[in-house]
Design a protein around this ligand. Structure first.
Ligand SMILES: Cc1cc2nc3c(=O)[nH]c(=O)nc-3n(C[C@H](O)[C@H](O)[C@H](O)COP(=O)(O)O)c2cc1C
Length: 265
């Protein structure tokens, strides 16, 4: 398996210790696995400028596309990802949030449907769960098929020692994750994923070619396979979830007639 080890923390600190432990466990379970590392801080990604070109014209027009392409390509090429970040003020640290901002357009046009991740964070004491839930929610929104969570209180600023209980947890998590990644199983989307997906499927009809504010969102959703499917055509959706998702598509389509997001041309 090809694993991408991604560190959104500005340093190789407490969280990194957990990452290395999970990596060792994965390597032991599956010796042929390869690991590629990205330290987000080394890429010197400037702040998102808020130009919204990614939403309107396409993400290739992002002023930081050269850096972002490298990240997107590496995620695409991986079978599984260990996504690490620090918890600052009970949320992902700013460096990680800056990456999230650069990929916000993918909430409108999800992309990483075959990807799976373990999301790891440490906190001094409180807030790791809310940070992990925030990141996982975003990953699922941009298409990630499956996410495991490891929120840990380190009770330390820079001198964390992993206790026995956490070591066992990491071993079990690595085993479960490796089994899931190697099985290539595609999990069916949750209700929480189907709601925004289908609202965008419906609402984007207001931005297709020929409308006053045509955008890349409009272009993405007119793909004949995508426009007729409750979720990405790669993934099997049971009938009851189709009914549920399609109801939100109808709501989105109706909303597109009354609400238009305008922009200065
Ligand atoms: C700017 C900043 C904000 C932080 N915010 C929190 C917080 O909200 N809750 C908490 O318990 N610890 C907080 N901490 C402590 C870190 O979450 C903790 O030391 C974590 O293990 C750091 O991860 P790292 O070593 O991987 O960078 C904060 C630390 C910094 C530097």
């Amino acid at each position: 398996m090809r694993y991408l080890v991604f560190n959104g923390s500005p340093r190789k600190g407490n969280t990194w210790k957990l990452v290395k432990l999970i990596q060792e466990e994965l390597q032991e379970i599956s010796p042929e696995s390869t690991f590629e590392e990205i330290q987000l801080v080394d890429l010197e990604l400037p702040f998102c400028t808020g130009c919204s070109l990614c939403f309107r014209k396409g993400h290739e027009y992002c002023p930081h596309h050269k850096i972002m392409k490298k990240i997107i390509d590496k995620i695409d090429e991986s079978d599984g990802m260990i996504f690490a970040m620090a918890t600052f003020n009970m949320q992902p640290n700013a460096l990680t949030k800056n990456l999230i901002d650069h990929l916000c357009f993918m909430l409108h046009r999800p992309h990483f449907f075959k990807n799976k991740a373990i999301v790891v964070t440490t906190t001094g004491g409180v807030g790791s769960k809310s940070a992990v839930n925030y990141l996982t929610g975003w990953l699922k929104g941009i298409g990630f098929n499956h996410c495991c969570k490891l929120p840990i209180a380190s009770y330390s600023w820079d001198n964390y020692t992993i206790n026995k209980k956490t070591k066992i947890k990491c071993k079990k998590l690595a085993d479960k994750f490796n089994k899931d990644v190697s099985s290539k199983k595609m999990h069916t989307p949750t209700f929480a994923v189907l709601i925004p997906y289908n609202l965008f499927r419906g609402m984007s009809l207001g931005y297709v070619k020929g409308t006053e504010y045509e955008t890349q969102d409009g272009a993405y959703w007119v793909d004949p396979l995508r426009s007729k499917s409750t979720y990405d055509p790669l993934i099997n959706v049971p009938f009851y979830k189709k009914v549920f998702g399609d109801a939100f598509y109808v709501i989105g389509k109706a909303a597109s007639k009354f609400t238009t997001i305008t922009y200065k041309k």
